[in-house]
Design a protein around this ligand. Structure first.
Ligand SMILES: [Fe+2]
Ligand SMILES: [Fe+2]
Length: 236
C-alpha cells in the first residue's frame, strides 16, 4: 500500500521553521509515498530547500488553494530516472559536498588526504563542465543565448582557477596554501551553479521536452554524470 500524508504548515510547533518540520516528515517517507502540504506562504523557496535536502528525488506540484498553496510531493522510486535537470542539480550538490570535505581535510591534520580530495574534485568539475559545454550548451543557444554565453565564460574562468589549483597541488610544499584558492573557487562555483540552475535549467528542460530524439542525449549525460558521482568518495 502506498501511503499519503497531510501537513498543514499553519500548525507547525512554535519556534520550529516550517521547512525543518516538513523535512522531518518527508525524509521518513518511503519511495512512491506522497506528502501533501498546505502552506500559507508562497512555497517556491520551501520546495527548493526540500528538494536540496532530499537530493532532488522529489516529484512536486504546486497549486493555489484558497488563501494559500497546496504542494504535492511524491518521493521517486529508486529505479525511476531523474529528469535531466535534477540529475545535474544532484551533481552540483555532490560537488558542493566534495568541496566541504576537501576543505575540512585541509583545515584538519590530514593535508595529504586533502590534496587528494582536491585532485578528485578538480577532475569531477572539469568533466561536469565538459558535459555542459559539449552536450547542453547547444540546447540554450537559441532560446537563451546570453545565459549560454555567460555560462561558457564562467566555465572558462573556473577552468583557469582549476589550473592554478592544479599547479599548487603539484608543487606546494605546504598544502594549506590551497585554502585561499579553494575558498575563492568554491564561491565562484556556488554563484555559477545558482545562475545556471535559474537561467538555463528551465530552458534546457523546455527544449528537451520538445525534442522527440532526446533519449540519446539524456542517456549520454546520465552515463557521463553517473560515472562521476557513482562513488560518494567519503565526501561528507
Ligand atoms: Fe556549469
Ligand atoms: Fe553545472
Amino acid at each position: 500500500m502506498v501511503y499519503r500524508y497531510y501537513l498543514d504548515l499553519r500548525f507547525v510547533p512554535p519556534g520550529v521553521p516550517p521547512q525543518s518540520h516538513a523535512y522531518t516528515i518527508l525524509h521518513r517517507l518511503n519511495a512512491h509515498e506522497t506528502l501533501k502540504i498546505w502552506s500559507p506562504e508562497e512555497p517556491t523557496l520551501l520546495v527548493a530547500q526540500l528538494q536540496h535536502q532530499m537530493r532532488h528525488t522529489l516529484l512536486t506540484s504546486v497549486t493555489r488553494d484558497g488563501d494559500g498553496w497546496a504542494i504535492t510531493i511524491r518521493v521517486r522510486g529508486d529505479r525511476e530516472p531523474l529528469p535531466l535537470v535534477d540529475t545535474l542539480r544532484r551533481d552540483h550538490d555532490h560537488m558542493d559536498r566534495q568541496f566541504v570535505h576537501a576543505m575540512q581535510l585541509l583545515a584538519g591534520d590530514r593535508p595529504a588526504e586533502g590534496v587528494a580530495a582536491v585532485t578528485q574534485l578538480q577532475s569531477h568539475l572539469r568533466a561536469h563542465i565538459a558535459i555542459e559545454n559539449e552536450l547542453l550548451a547547444p540546447l540554450g543557444q537559441k532560446g537563451a543565448p546570453e545565459a549560454t554565453g555567460l555560462m561558457l565564460r564562467e566555465h572558462n574562468d573556473l577552468l583557469d582557477q582549476l589550473a592554478l589549483i592544479g599547479e599548487l597541488c603539484d608543487t606546494a610544499a605546504e598544502p594549506r596554501d590551497l585554502d585561499t584558492w579553494l575558498g575563492l573557487l568554491a564561491a565562484s562555483l556556488n554563484k555559477h551553479e545558482s545562475r545556471e540552475e535559474s537561467l538555463l535549467f528551465p530552458e534546457w528542460a523546455r527544449v528537451l521536452a520538445r525534442k522527440p530524439d532526446q533519449e540519446n542525449l539524456l542517456a549520454e549525460v546520465r552515463s557521463r554524470l553517473g560515472t562521476l558521482s557513482a562513488p560518494e568518495s567519503g565526501a561528507a
